[in-house]
Write a protein that binds this ligand. Structure first.
Ligand code: DLZ
Ligand code: SF4
Length: 511
């Protein structure tokens, strides 16, 4: 009698050939289960482009496995027998295949991890949960690093990761270039004359077209445009996108990492977050290959260090914070913010040009780069006191790369300061001046970025001062706020009163 094998359950963001749950796969006895489930597409109303990306990438990955002779049990969204939840699909598959055990790699999100705790009882066979070793730092590495520290700053974690991996390190143990961080060299304003490299684009194949049609017919109420759909959906195409970035954009990535330009969504960014987070690219591999560009003299240090910091530093750090602090982290609201999300966050229809540009681009592309997210939408949400829960859900919905492990710390911690300073040393609050320095948005805006009160004053300006005044007592003990609060204290009382009155009227008018 044939020996019963393992059922290996692969989730939609686990599309890596060397996934831990596939490690010891026996093609003669094992079955891989993959399933498109309505519950995952609708527990928040994901951007349709994001749904197309994930479902199409799942279908392509299933085909890669089949081509290797692996038996894949794949359930599509429109299969009439689909029960539309991970657990019930797994239970049904266990009945079909009668495996001796189930093997799964730990999920990226807390809600799925919690659900997994009941899978063994539900299916009646052992369920083996394996670590997700696609991340460079294990849970244990992060919690050991975090243990006993008063502050969990990314910069110090990043240095440990540099030492551990040897990336951009001299044999002496010193960082290459004698500095750990070239952040200060990442903030140049983009000259108008600079020709930007074209973003990588991939034509939809027959399989992706079928998913586009499916998504178009099923998710009509979700925010965002399905077409044009130009993301890579296979590891090979994601690799092409990354190679193009290395060649065309990395050399300038460092200088213009924080710049924004109207109608230029990608600039010199790689836009590989969605590929990394779904498993189509490997984080340590992309870091090593960026380092190789520096070593070969094809890209400068500030670019390569800036890129590696995002992947080896930020990405690993936010994942560490998420698993260290969940589930309580999702409910933090240090500043007591409670204003509902204004309707224009779902349309982009606002006279504030920076927001109109960033939200409009998000609607079209399911993408915005980190400064658009942090310093335009995130900054506005912070200054206007928008409720963290609603803001977090928005970010999780609208970006093709967003899963809760990466979205939540970036939003709660970095953008909204809702965690009270676990991640950021101070709120990332900025007036219109910052946006004007880093973009061309203000030039095309009907508000005047130089004004903080009166007709035509830029809302980011009066909201900024209003935010500081409102949170003065909470922020006073923070040493990094001392200088900023001193400026506030020195403002003439009538001017501050006028600013606050205008801010209040503006906020009351938000709906
Ligand atoms: C995000 C997502 C969506 C939209 N759809 C599916 C799906 O149909 N099937 C699937 O296996 N995974 C999907 N995902 C990704 C999961 O939500 C993801 O695995 C969890 O969020 C854990 O990170
Ligand atoms: Fe945004 Fe103010 Fe600049 Fe307009 S003037 S684009 S609202 S920062």
């Amino acid at each position: 009698m044939q020996q019963r094998g393992a059922l290996r359950f692969v989730l939609g963001d686990q599309l890596s050939r060397d996934l831990s749950s596939l490690g010891d796969l026996d093609p003669a006895a094992d079955v891989v289960l993959m399933t498109e489930v309505m519950g995952e597409c609708t527990y928040v109303r994901h951007h349709p482009k994001k749904i197309v990306f994930i479902l199409s990438a799942m279908r392509h990955f299933a085909q890669v496995l089949r081509d290797k002779g692996i038996n894949v049990d794949y359930r599509t969204l429109d299969d009439p027998h689909n029960t539309h939840s991970f657990r019930s699909e797994l239970v049904a598959a266990v009945r079909r295949h009668a495996p001796e055990r189930v093997v799964v790699t730990e999920p990226g999100e807390w809600r799925i991890w919690e659900d997994m705790q009941s899978w063994e009882t539900a299916c009646g066979v052992p369920v083996e949960l394996r670590p997700d070793d696609r991340f460079i730092a294990s849970h244990r590495f992060f919690s050991t690093w975090a243990c006993g520290r008063r502050q969990l700053r990314m910069e110090f974690f990043y240095r440990e990761m540099r030492k551990r991996t040897g990336l951009l390190m001299e044999d002496s143990g010193e960082p290459v270039g004698a500095r750990w961080n070239f952040d200060a060299d990442n903030r140049r304003r983009l000259p108008d004359s600079l020709q930007l490299p074209p973003p990588s684009r991939f034509a939809a194949d027959v399989s992706t077209r079928a998913v586009i049609d499916l998504v178009q017919s099923r998710f009509t109420q979700h925010f965002g445009d399905v077409e044009p759909f130009e993301f890579a959906v296979s590891a090979d195409d994601a690799e092409t996108a990354f190679s193009q970035f290395l060649r065309n954009a990395l050399p300038h990535f460092g200088d213009y990492q924080d710049a924004m330009r109207q109608n230029a969504p990608t600039l010199y960014h790689a836009r590989i977050g969605l590929y990394l987070n779904a498993g189509l690219l490997d984080p340590i591999d992309v870091c090593r290959r960026a380092e190789a560009e520096f070593k070969a003299g094809r890209a400068p240090l500030n670019a390569v260090e800036g890129f590696i910091r995002q992947i080896l530093g930020w990405r690993e750090y936010v994942r560490g914070i998420y698993w260290l602090k969940m589930p309580g982290y999702a409910a933090t609201n240090y500043l007591g913010a409670s204003r509902p999300l204004p309707a224009f966050w779902w349309t982009g229809e606002t006279e504030m040009n920076c927001l109109a540009q960033c939200i409009g681009q998000t609607k079209r592309e399911a993408y915005a780069h980190h400064i658009q997210r942090l310093m335009v939408t995130g900054n506005f949400a912070l200054l206007a006191g928008l409720a963290p829960k609603e803001v977090c859900e928005w970010y999780l919905i609208v970006y093709a790369d967003a899963y809760e492990w990466v979205e939540l710390p970036n939003t709660q911690g970095m953008a909204l300061f809702a965690d009270g300073g676990i991640m950021a040393s101070k709120p990332y609050a900025a007036s219109g001046k910052y946006i004007d320095r880093m973009s061309d948005y203000c030039r095309h805006c009907q508000y005047d970025v130089r004004r903080a009160t009166g007709p035509g004053a830029c809302p980011f300006n009066f909201l900024y001062w209003n935010f500081l005044a409102e949170n003065r007592d909470r922020l006073r003990s923070n040493q990094r706020m001392t200088l900023i609060l001193k400026n506030l204290d020195q403002m003439p009382a009538e001017r501050l009163a006028a600013i606050r009155e205008q801010a209040q009227a503006f906020l009351n008018g938000l709906q």
